[in-house]
Design a protein around this ligand. Sequence first.
Ligand code: ADP
Ligand code: MG
Length: 649
Amino acid sequence: MSDNSLLQLRGVSRRYVVGGQQVHALRDIDLNIRSGEMIALVGASGSGKSTLMNILGCLDRPSAGVYRVDGRDTSKLDPDETAALRCAYFGFVFQRYHLLSQLTARDNVEIPAVYAGTSAAERYARATELLTRLGLGERLDHLPNELSGGQQQRVSIARALMNGGAVILADEPTGALDSATGEEMMKLLLELNAQGHTLIIATHDHRVASHAKRIIEMADGIIVSDRAFGHEAEQASSKPSIATIRSSPLTRYGEAARMAFLALRAHRLRTALTALGVIIGVFAVIMTVALGESAQYALKQSLRALSTKSFEIEPGREIGDPRAERVQTLTIQDVDALRGQYYVRSASPTQMTSSLLRYGSASGLATIWGVGESYFDAKSLAIVRGVAFSAEDERRQAQVAVIDENVERRFFGSENPLGKTIFIGNLPCVIIGVVGHLKGRLEQKSDNSLNVWAPFSVVSTRLTGRRNLKNIFLRLHADQSMATAESAMTQLLLERHRTKDFVIWNLDEARKTTENVVLLMSLVFAAIGAISLVVGGVGVMNIMLVSAAERAREIGIRIAVGARRSDIRDQFLTEAVAACLLGAAGGVTLSVAIGFIIAWLSPEQFEFVLSIRAIVVAVACAALTGVVAGYAPARSAAQLNPVEALARD
Ligand code: ADP
Ligand code: MG
């Protein structure tokens, strides 16, 4: 083994399988290249020059044989180490320049340094300096399509020098240029060689080759001649050092995010379409969750008014009996009989009427409830001020009343109503308590009704003059079975009435049913939201896959200038997530706007709960969608063969 060889090939072959047939692009190549050499690789088209260049630059691997760079066997390196080696040693100059079209000249030159982990300030300065040195000081911020061919090739040379470019691999660098510009380019490359850069030029142009100090001629994958001219002194050249410390993950993700941003900006329409699917998905999630939560909230509020182990007994043959009004057999005596049962904790009769309420000069029509003392407990009505009436009050027909907050506000304002006498019709009653609001949110805003509760005995004898009840509200002892109690009560009432003219409502079952409906409803809402996000995700995946295929050349270029596979993967993944987050931002904005419009259009009937939780969940889901949908495209982008990718248009 030659001790001072920078690049060393031993028995290197490269075979391709095309349609079941083996093509030998390189056969058993032995070659030593020393640091500082200037080599022209000549030969007819198809002789294997590009294949050899790609192997030299670690873009491709030999099918057989050993390739050593600075003594390191490249077959022993993992993909990341290979990328680091490529990054540190090689600079590619291609026939078709291979610049990234959405980036400015300076940004293009900076890319290798990004992958090498150079700081932003440092690489900006170096890119500016290199381009200025190559005569492009005025063109730093131009896009490739604003530059001439010669200028683009200078940009690509600057890019090759960015990380040091110890070895410059130029594959037909003058192939796309006119002869004058080509000549100029050769001068530039020769200057670089004089400065110590090892230079390998593949060309079929003999004028170009005539500048070389060593000419290697190839034919059919074999080296047919290898001639050196003049004495070649070992030139002093700076040894590249492979950066072992790459930049921190945070900086790397920052770079990936910047690249993603540039790519998204470059493909605005595609980004907008990608985001659109997610906008709709996020909007659907937020809206469905908000609607679900609003409905759930309303239902839960009305359910809170129901205690457990409770029944309601109403007159009528069946639920919704239209003649129930005329059934007058449900009476206070039934309540007394039920109260005597061992399983009953409390039973409250209810009568309802409406009457004019007067206090001082103010008056208003109110609903008057005649109820038992246990009613407040059974209905979970909270007394916020004062007390509820007692069994004693009911027994001696005390003219006392409990009012709700609407009555308090309407008649007393900020005055304390307790102890004041209010007139129900012509019946004076002393106010002893105030009931707080416990209504559902749906009703809350529109409910301005006035409610007054008085002892059943008072309402029945002094206001309605009726004995029959609107209903009986009944609560069992906690340890009693609902089913047993229900059949016992049915039995009891049948004996008393001799006919089935009553309906027993199991309120616990009603509650359970409602709770199940609420649960089902939220599941349905969640499913709708999830489906829309999945649809959005499929859209993102689709567009990212197309984009990965479409951008094969870009990926090839990035790998050629030193990107690791993980860099490519991160960039594509970041792009997908960024597109999704962009969509999420759009969806949230849309939801908030629509939420305001709904609230503005229907302030009374429906309070729209646009919860922060729904927004957070939707945005998190969108980001997750980005990761899931972006993963496969990002992987396939990262697995791309750079040589094939660069060959594509
Ligand atoms: P040159 O650069 O000298 O024109 P190449 O190295 O591009 O030659 O090609 C050498 C041989 O390998 C040619 O016969 C070509 O058809 C074949 N070849 C190159 N790349 C591939 C590939 N990706 N798949 C199949 N055959 C290939
Ligand atoms: Mg070629």
